[in-house]
Design a protein around this ligand. Structure first.
Ligand code: IPD
Length: 272
């Protein structure tokens, strides 16, 4: 076992525990605790409780590591490894009783963004769907479901056009521009999906269920684990230059398809 595989297995065990807690809380009834960047951007009590569980477990097992979480912020470590965590990605789905939400846990070193870190291990667990996606640097990506573990690969052929997924940020001012972006990609698309959880979009790209995913303004915890899943499944992930509010477009999929989508999106004039 490599160090990165150990990190992956730890992330997997903690993600399963965290997912079980999220499911229990969901069954008991979800309470919205607050709104964040906009009214639509919510945090539930479960988001906070699940992040506290993950943070506590990591602090016990890996006390020297740093932490960057969606709900509880950052803590510096001294080992060089930082855990990047979204306890419940797809909070709106979670709070609305829809199953597409994930627990996303990644270990990275060297920076706090997709462009600057090296991802070491990543796990996206889908509690309501009973699927766990896991990757360690250099060891490939797998999906565990129903007691079986399978290697996964990104899709490489798109005879009917690419099945693409996308997301729209919580800021209503960006919606018109996001729709223009979708319009620019549709000529090479078979159809479009909006799942509502970036980590699930990325794990589906890694598994070849959808061919590509693009979204503007993602946060480090939305992409940290999913990006490694895509790369270790043979795919590519690219960030386009930021718009004037600093939001970057992330594009993931098979490398050639990523380039084609990036070319189309780059031609879209900004919404603001
Ligand atoms: C959100 C989801 C959503 C995406 C947003 C993310 P959250 O994460 O991944 O699909 O469109 O950009 O912020 O807030 O549910 O953890």
């Amino acid at each position: 076992m490599t160090r990165d595989e150990d990190l992956r297995d730890l992330a997997r065990d903690i993600a399963l525990e965290a997912g079980a807690l999220a499911e229990r809380r969901r069954a008991e009834g979800v309470r919205v605790a607050a709104s964040k960047s906009t009214l639509a951007d919510i945090v539930t009590e479960a988001d906070r409780e699940v992040e506290a569980l993950i943070r506590g477990r990591l602090a016990t097992e890996r006390p020297d590591d740093g932490f960057l979480g969606e709900e509880s912020g950052t803590a510096e470590g001294c080992s060089g490894v930082t855990w990047v965590v979204d306890p419940i990605d797809g909070t709106v789905n979670y709070a609305s009783g829809m199953p597409s939400y994930g627990v996303s846990i990644a270990a990275v070193e060297g920076g706090e963004t997709l462009a600057t870190w090296t991802a070491l291990a990543g796990v996206v667990h889908h509690p309501a769907l009973g699927e766990t996606y896991a990757a360690a640097r250099g060891s490939g990506s797998v999906c565990e479901a129903g007691g079986h573990t399978q290697r996964i690969r990104v899709a490489t052929e798109f005879p009917a056009g690419a099945l693409v997924a996308t997301g729209f940020g919580y800021d209503p001012r960006t919606h018109a521009g996001d729709i223009d972006t979708v319009r620019s990609v549709m000529p090479i698309a078979r159809d479009v999906r909006r799942i509502g959880a970036a980590s699930i979009d990325l794990s589906y790209v890694a598994a070849g269920r959808i061919d590509a995913y693009f979204e503007r303004g993602l946060q480090p915890w939305d992409v940290a684990a999913g990006a490694l899943l895509v790369v270790e499944a043979g795919g590519a992930i690219r960030e386009l230059p930021a718009d004037r509010f600093g939001r970057r477009m992330t594009v993931a999929g098979e490398a050639g398809l990523v380039e084609r989508i990036a070319d189309r999106i780059s031609g879209v004039t900004s919404d603001e």
